[in-house]
Design a protein around this ligand. Structure first.
Ligand code: NZQ
Ligand code: ZN
Length: 392
């Protein structure tokens, strides 16, 4: 087991009607003015926003609002938020939404306290020294941003999607009522389940040995997500399934499933370029490339893939032929993705890639041929291009 730090400062308020506590949770932050940040129409239509405004008003908390954050959140909206917060002297940001709104809120928070252009933090040209405090009311179980150190923003110029990871941006609190996710379209629900699984798989596929506790947590978490994602295909209003998925989403990305290992993150890097260029749903972009990545790298450690196949997917172990078991596991995972309506190729995302586009994706993903990705197997630009070709 490798040395590690585990830091999860986010207060979680989980369960039915949890959003009623919004006002008191913000009061405890001792702030003067709040920005309520939200997305397109879902939070308005469901009546959640009105409840939030009522809760703030009852707690005598001043607020301003900024809606219109889109999936794969844009830098221009972040700049708009920073301008508004400066003008209004905002000192706390409440994100009402999913990963996109939370990430946008975190980026606005960075922009408020760092002197540089906020995009420099996402390009690694500057280091963050702080972030305005952010709280969240989660409406989709997926990205795990409510407890993660991460924020991912897309710059329209060049369609670059980049992340900034620091503990400064970890949310002060996360309000999680599984009922708020009932209104999600099935595709978004299942895309979220896929992202949750991937956050654990990115950490699980490691060449590190002897991490029994972390492995057991990860395998149990993945089995739970697979089980409940299937239930939600035919019972979208099943509270218990929604609750399991929501809690799994946070635990999948708050660091717990990575204690003692070095994460791989190749599939996320491959997806970020697809999300930046083609605006695909993040989870769907991940399932579209995962099988190709897995077939490209499994020989690095066949036994790790055997463990995954047997312990997560229930594949029977062919002790005489570990490679067969490993490949059965990859196939079983892809069959699960198909069952929940997720793509297993880029074409199924509705994107027909040309050779030039594949080259551009690989070039961008390798940061113009200046970096490799992955740890389970280190991948250079040529490897990346081959995986996109396999996945197209
Ligand atoms: O904008 P609205 O109308 O709210 O619609 C959203 C959006 O269209 C809708 N939605 C959300 N809650 C809903 C709802 N519709 C009906 N009922 C509800 N209760 O769902 C759509 C997707 O929302 P989004 O916030 O984009 O989803 P998600 O949470 O999957 O976030 C994806 C973003 O997070 C980034 C992704 O790259 C992507 O940009 N990620 C962030 C991470 C982090 N900060 O730790 C890690 C992840 O790996 C990921 O990269
Ligand atoms: Zn993700």
């Amino acid at each position: 087991m490798k040395n590690f730090e585990y830091y999860t400062p986010t207060k979680v308020v989980f369960g039915k009607d949890a959003e009623a506590q919004t006002g008191s949770l913000i009061q405890a932050q001792n702030c003067k003015k709040v920005l309520v940040n939200f997305g397109g129409s879902s939070a308005k239509q469901s009546g959640l926003l009105d409840k939030v405004f009522d809760s703030l008003t009852n707690a005598e908390i001043e607020y301003v609002t900024l809606g219109g954050v889109v999936p794969n959140p844009r830098l221009s909206k972040v700049y708009e938020g920073i301008d508004l917060c400066k003008k209004e002297n905002v000192d706390f940001i409440l994100a009402v939404g999913g990963g996109s709104v939370i990430d946008s809120a975190k980026a606005i928070g960075y922009g408020m306290v760092n002197d540089c252009d906020v995009w420099d933090l996402y390009e690694g040209k500057a280091k963050a020294t702080g972030c305005l405090p952010v709280g969240v009311i989660l409406t989709i179980a997926a990205a795990g941003s409510e407890m993660s150190s991460s924020s991912v923003i897309t710059k329209e110029e060049g369609w670059l999607k980049r992340g900034c990871n620091t503990d400064y941006s970890r949310c002060k609190f996360a309000i999680m009522n599984p009922e708020l996710t009932y209104t999600l379209p099935q595709y978004q629900t299942e895309s979220g389940c896929t992202d949750i699984l991937m956050h654990t798989m990115e950490r699980y596929f490691t060449t590190e040995r002897s991490m029994e506790v972390t492995d057991s947590i990860s395998e149990g978490l993945m089995r739970t997500v697979i089980h409940n994602a299937k239930i939600l295909m035919h019972k979208p209003q099943c509270y218990d399934a929604r609750a399991e998925i929501m809690w799994a989403g946070s635990l999948s990305h708050n660091g717990l499933t990575g204690c003692g290992s070095v994460g791989d993150w190749s599939c996320h890097q491959l997806e970020h370029e697809l999300g930046g260029m083609f605006d695909v749903a993040h989870g769907a972009g991940l399932s579209a490339v995962w099988g190709s990545w897995a077939r490209y790298v499994y020989k690095t450690d066949v036994m790790r893939f055997v463990q995954f196949a047997v312990n997560v997917l229930g594949v029977s172990n062919d002790f005489k032929d570990p490679e067969k078991t490993a490949l059965e596991g990859i196939k079983a995972m892809e069959n699960f993705y198909r069952f929940i309506g997720m793509p297993t190729s880029i074409r199924e995302l509705g994107v027909e890639l040309t050779d030039e586009q594949i080259h551009e994706l690989a070039y961008k993903c390798s940061f113009k041929k200046t970096r490799t990705i992955g740890n389970f197997q280190i991948l250079n630009m040529e490897d990346i291009e081959k995986i996109y070709i396999m996945a197209r």
